[in-house]
Design a protein around this ligand. Structure first.
Ligand code: FMN
Length: 189
């Protein structure tokens, strides 16, 4: 079982990254072969809206997107995480998702994934506002909705986990209880 973690936030070793790592730890414990990448290490240009992907199945832009796409298509499990930036995903996450038309075939009801992999997806979100403000203000729902819009169109079982209240950029980390939950999610997905 190949498991790919994708950090879509810029800060390695911080809340979003830690939560992704912990889900991956759980996956590793059940025998998964784990790799983690950061979108910020790749040069992914914005979608130009040419829609070549819908006509030819290929993206017309030649950059690092294709490296990440190959990894996603090779993975059985994808763990994708973004911090909330203005109630939405980060710009790198959005660029990656906009370019991912190539993962789908255009049908009358919109994009549809016709391949089986990845069969499981874990979506990870973090935000500064504490619970329940994180939800009353639509922050975590906003990040999750943006990610689900794409990942729920895959033939995959989608699970989610979030950490709210990550207010202090230097010191905030998910609680032990939440990390245990993330590890359990990885073990049991
Ligand atoms: C540009 C920017 C925008 C942000 N927007 C929000 C927001 O809309 N709501 C919120 O609760 N936190 C917001 N935050 C805080 C981050 O979501 C929060 O600190 C997150 O946990 C950081 O994740 P990291 O530690 O993995 O980088 C924002 C932070 C930045 C840098």
């Amino acid at each position: 079982m190949r498991c790919l973690g994708i950090l879509a936030g810029p800060r390695k070793g911080h809340a979003t990254d830690k939560l992704i790592d912990t889900v991956l730890e759980g996956l590793k414990e059940r025998g998964g072969e784990v790799e983690k990448i950061s979108l910020y290490d790749y040069n992914i240009k914005p979608c130009t809206g040419c829609c070549a992907c819908h006509k030819t199945g290929k993206c017309a832009i030649n950059d690092d997107y294709h490296i990440v796409r190959d990894k996603v298509e090779d993975a059985d499990v994808v763990v994708f995480g973004s911090p909330a930036y203005w109630c939405n995903v980060t710009s790198e996450a959005k660029k990656f998702m906009d370019r991912s038309g190539v993962l789908f075939e255009m049908k009358t009801m919109g994009p549809k994934r016709t391949k089986d992999k990845p069969s499981k997806v874990v979506l990870v979100a973090t935000c500064g506002a504490p619970f329940p403000l994180s939800h009353m203000m639509g922050i975590i729902p906003g990040v999750m909705r943006a990610m689900k819009e794409m990942f729920c169109r895959m033939n995959a079982k989608v699970r989610t986990i979030y950490a709210a209240g990550m207010m202090d950029p230097d010191n905030s980390l998910p609680s032990k209880r939440l990390m245990d939950k993330a590890r359990e999610l990885g073990r049991n997905i």
